[in-house]
Design a binder for this molecule. Structure first.
Ligand SMILES: [Ca+2]
Length: 214
């Protein structure tokens, strides 16, 4: 919510039915946006969401957590039981985001990522710089020979992890081996929310900080 809308301050002002209709007409991603538009129209038709407040992003995302129509249909819930899903209000939007995270497999009390220092002998084939698909996952135990001060991590060695280097393809002159992070299943769950290596790092960083406040 913090990253998507600055904690609900910037929800977007575009008429999202109009946005989705325009993007459906555009050839580049016509199929995707046409489906999203039809889902949204059905949600309105079935009176699940209120059509008079459908203002959001240029790409059709809506509410505190910027859900696309398909996400609304699949995961949003009417938590306060007033027969309408209100994703600009706290109760329904928080419950819907929690339901989404739970449904896609977020595991409570499991790590999301750790920043690590990689040794110079780390084979480049293990490094992920794209969020499209996280490749070369191994048990943490397998990677320990490439990680400085591995003992200090104090983690379950049998858990599957991957290594990411988020700066490599987007920052001119970025080093290859640093910064580097080992990432866990939870990290990939956040990528399915928004496929960006840095987005997921930011979400998990916020989560760590909030966790210490609760
Ligand atoms: Ca409601």
């Amino acid at each position: 919510m913090g990253i998507e809308t600055n904690f609900g301050k910037y929800l977007g002002k575009m008429d999202i039915i109009s946005s989705l209709a325009t993007l459906s007409y555009d050839k580049r991603r016509s199929d995707f946006f046409t489906k999203e538009l039809l889902i949204l129209l059905k949600l309105v038709d079935n009176k699940i969401i209120d059509k008079t407040i459908l203002f959001g992003s240029w790409a059709g995302a809506f509410g505190n957590f910027q859900f696309m129509p398909r996400t609304i249909r699949n995961y949003a819930i009417d938590y306060n039981n007033n027969k309408v899903i209100e994703l600009k209000d706290v109760e329904d939007s928080f419950a819907s985001a929690a339901n989404y995270l739970k449904s896609i497999g977020w595991k409570k009390n499991q790590p999301c990522f750790y920043k690590v220092e990689l040794k110079k002998n780390t084979p480049l084939k293990y490094l992920n710089s794209s969020a499209k698909k996280i490749k070369n996952k191994r048990n943490l135990d397998y990677f320990k020979k490439y990680i400085e001060n591995y003992e200090k991590l104090n983690l379950d060695q049998n858990v599957k992890v991957a290594i990411i280097i988020p700066d490599k393809d987007i920052i001119p002159g970025a080093k290859t081996l640093s910064p580097a992070y080992i990432v866990f299943e939870n990290y990939e769950r956040i990528l399915s929310w928004n496929r960006s290596l840095r987005f997921a790092l930011a979400v998990c960083t916020l989560k760590e900080n909030f966790e210490n406040e609760l």
